[in-house]
Unconditional design. Structure first.
Length: 104
């Protein structure tokens, strides 16, 4: 319960340890944006190329962000972005895939 005894001077959106984390915050923002794009475009069958590629890139950036994340808030936001990216990726793959008939 040592964390309960520490006074919190300021509430930050991402860094709960009081230190700046620019790389982690950037990865969180990129993963959330890519996840939102992949999730929204997954509902349109003709956008499967955009859906699958943004989902794949969102998964990769989210996993790397999880690997180097420092705070719980970063991990929470990354999980949200990863989930949306994965859902978009899987639906994009089901609707035509990464290349959509361009290969083979």
């Amino acid at each position: 319960m040592a964390q309960a005894m520490r006074p919190q001077s300021s509430i930050s959106l991402f860094a709960t340890d009081g230190k700046p984390h620019p790389l982690q915050d950037t990865l969180v923002a990129i993963t959330l944006v890519l996840g939102a794009v992949a999730f929204v475009t997954a509902f349109f069958h003709n956008l499967h190329l955009l859906t699958s590629w943004t989902g794949l890139i969102g998964i990769v950036t989210g996993l790397y962000g999880q690997f180097i994340s420092v705070t719980t808030r970063e991990r929470f936001a990354l999980i949200l972005g990863l989930g949306a990216s994965a859902l978009g990726f899987f639906l994009g793959m089901a609707h035509g895939g990464l290349f959509g008939g361009w290969l083979g």
